[in-house]
Design a protein around this ligand. Structure first.
Ligand SMILES: NC(=O)C1=CN([C@@H]2O[C@H](COP(=O)(O)OP(=O)(O)OC[C@H]3O[C@@H](n4cnc5c(N)ncnc54)[C@H](O)[C@@H]3O)[C@@H](O)[C@H]2O)C=CC1
Ligand SMILES: O=C(O)CCC(=O)C(=O)O
Length: 365
């Protein structure tokens, strides 16, 4: 990988390699863009095939956070960390403390949180060394597990998408096929069931499927069969890249709206959905509930306020659909435009001079 070529192509600000021999820490902090504010994005711990894969993942995820935070209306830029290692075997508290010291060294340019492979306990260890961490354990009066709140955002976003696709936001009587009944999707199924939707579920974990069958009267299908079931909405809530060359021809749903990150295998798959008349709720717009929730910790966590802000996802998607209709473009491009318009507007307003402790006026005797 030609690293500076890549950084220049997507306009990254900074990449920091962090190593601590004693704890075994090997981390990469990527800061994509801080136009809107300090970069906020979680820390992923994963056993990568190669160091190059780890760098690529950190860069791709950091850029995704710039768009997610901008489209969510947060005054935050985009960044992300990956820690190289197996989260089941290689973790220790000192590793996260060492990482916390690196985060502190950035003096607030980057704020971290949970991601795949890390949890509230890891964030608590990071917090022993830096104030620039969110998503701490709920016992310390903070946000705690973001999944139910992410689910609320998906539920709101699904309603906005249903309104655009079917003319009514009501999910009563709609059939939703949910892929992956993990932390987010279980809460989502609960809300959908209460709202009168019928559920078709799948998971590689049989217990998760049984729980949904027992509690929400859901119909179960095998993981490979979920794409072609008769349904109104397909909700990918497991892995990324499930919208691809193989699955699109099978889809009977008129709407794709779920929590997974990076749902489109390639960007052109968003174009194909558009051409086929399948309305796609862009992943980083609809799944921003988690980051909206942890961002609230930065100003002193207030759950009611965080929940209210998560409801904004409905309006954010309405805006995406308005741009898509106005410019006759697929929704994934409309979402990018929404995020980029916010960043550009902020860049322009920087032309106005403000006095601060760094300005020339401050040097007067
Ligand atoms: N937890 C959160 O607040 C947020 C989560 N997301 C994304 O949402 C998705 C779900 O997140 P969580 O619920 O936290 O994860 P989770 O790990 O609790 O749930 C994922 C579920 O998917 C199942 N699964 C894996 N491969 C599958 C397959 N091939 N077919 C069917 N099921 C499969 C797993 O068995 C598991 O039950 C992830 O892509 C995550 O990145 C995005 C934003 C925030
Ligand atoms: O939700 C979080 O814990 C942090 C935000 C983030 O990294 C994400 O939304 O992918």
């Amino acid at each position: 990988m030609e690293i500076f070529h890549y950084l220049e192509k997507y306009d990254y600000e900074q990449v920091l390699f962090c190593q601590d021999k004693q704890s075994g820490l090997k981390a990469i902090i990527a800061i994509h863009d801080t136009t809107l504010g300090p970069a906020l994005g979680g820390t992923r711990m994963w056993e990568y095939q190669s160091e190059e894969d780890a760098v690529e993942d950190a860069l791709r995820l950091a850029r995704g956070m710039t768009y997610k935070n901008a489209a969510a209306g947060l005054d935050l830029g985009g960044g992300k960390t990956v820690i190289i290692g197996n989260p089941e075997k290689d973790k220790n508290p000192d590793m996260f403390r060492a990482f916390g010291r690196y985060v502190q060294s950035l003096n607030g340019r980057y704020i971290t949180a949970e991601d795949v492979g890390t949890n509230e306990t890891d964030m608590d260890n990071i917090a022993l060394e830096t104030e620039y961490v969110t998503g701490l354990s709920a016992y310390s009066g903070t946000a705690g597990n973001p999944s139910p709140i992410t689910a609320l955002g998906i539920f709101q976003g699904m309603k906005a998408t249903a309104k655009e696709a079917f003319g009514s936001e009501s999910l009563e009587g709609k059939t939703v096929a949910v892929q992956g009944i993990g932390s987010v999707a279980y809460s989502l199924c609960e809300m959908l069931h209460e709202d009168g939707a019928s559920l078709i579920v799948t998971d590689i974990n049989k217990e998760a499927v049984k729980r949904a069958q027992d509690n929400f009267n859901a119909k179960a299908v095998d993981p490979d069969d979920v794409y072609e079931v008769d349904c109104d909405i397909y909700a990918p809530c497991a892995l990324g890249a499930t919208i691809n060359d193989n699955t699109i021809p099978k889809l009977k749903a008129k709407v794709v709206a779920g929590s997974a990150n990076n749902q489109l295998h390639r960007r052109e798959h968003g174009d194909i959905l558009h051409e086929k008349g399948i309305l796609y709720a862009p992943d980083y717009v609809i799944n921003a509930g988690g980051v909206i929730n942890v961002a609230d910790e930065l100003v002193g966590y207030n759950r009611d306020r965080a929940l209210q802000n998560v409801q904004r996802i409905y309006k954010n998607l309405e805006q995406v659909f308005a741009i898509s209709n106005r410019d006759n473009i697929p929704t994934h491009i409309a979402a990018d435009r929404l995020a980029e318009e916010r960043i550009q507007a902020k860049l322009k307003s920087r032309n106005q001079f403000i006095t601060n402790e760094r300005s020339i006026l401050d040097r007067r005797q």
